[in-house]
Design a protein around this ligand. Sequence first.
Ligand SMILES: *Cc1c(COP(=O)(O)O)cnc(C)c1O
Length: 367
Amino acid sequence: MVKTRAIIDEYDTYVPGRSKKEIMEKYGVSPEDIIKLGSNENPWGASPKAKQAIIDAIDEINRYPESNHEYLKEKIAEYANVKPEQVIVTGDGADELFDVLAKTLIDPGDEFITHPPTYTYYEYTFKVYGAKPVYAKWDLESNTLDVDSVLENITDKTKAIFLCTPNNPTGGLISQDDIIRIIEATDALVVVDEAYWEFAEVNNINLLDKYDNVLIIRTFSKILGLAGLRIGYGLSNPELLEKMSRIKPVFSVTVPSQKAVIATLDDEDYINNYIKKSIDEREYLYESVSNIDNLHIYPSKSNYLLVDLHDSGFTAAQLADELMKRGVIVRDCTSFRDLDEYYMRISIETHPKNEKFIEILDEIVNG
Ligand SMILES: *Cc1c(COP(=O)(O)O)cnc(C)c1O
């Protein structure tokens, strides 16, 4: 057998939300009846302009993409309200950015701080480079970060501190005052993950001009409707981005991706319309689940909501299974550190499907 690094033996393959294919094959549900609430996607589809741009890109796919993509950065800078030199774009979504970041920052033995329950991909990428996770606390009751638990854990070895706002999977925000307390307490890089900022209608861009140890993470996978194309971006100080660019995969942002992003950003009506619709559906789900006996739902500033199942008699795995038989995909949160087996995360679908989901859910839980 080929000899691989010892750390690889500690890894299991990453488990994403369930796919449509899995349900179709296992339960014979037809694809148009599937209600997909597991992966926080835009359920209405990409902008029609983006779809056309991908079709138009067909004649260029025999050529390598632009590796420096100046125009793409200009468009993103305009959307994010920063300067083009403050933008870095990655081609396996924002997830690629975490990998590039780890390669840039980590020597074996360094530490990084996260606040479970939160996005697990930070750990997944950083650990492989020999970094040690240090866990701060997310306070579930108030649904916000316990800032002191971060401050107490900063050491000389801390290289990155991940702050997810809105937090996935809980939906709560971290206030800017709290973020500033952390930035000012360290020289480590504070990574502010704003994958869902559009739904919260607040962001932390203003910090970039004042602090050089901040990196803001964004993605085209959520409201912007391009999860399948895999594009993310980061916003930070140009010196750090220049260093990251030296070791970033050179051609990972493909020709169709670049064109689709530019077209999406030119389609402001699409973006604004779907932000509004998403927020409406989130509030609809919040109200509706609140009215179902034996379930507790957390208020959310994102496009997903955390549901507490303790009083329902179901574990998340059991409920997810019952739902799946009826064509509904949710996210069982058991694999999130610091959540027990009684939490699930639901994201939004189109309105008729959300209504159907509520009916199915009530029926299963309260018979
Ligand atoms: C979805 C998500 C991302 C990035 O997703 P990509 O599809 O890789 O761009 C980053 N952070 C959080 C918290 C997410 O939920």
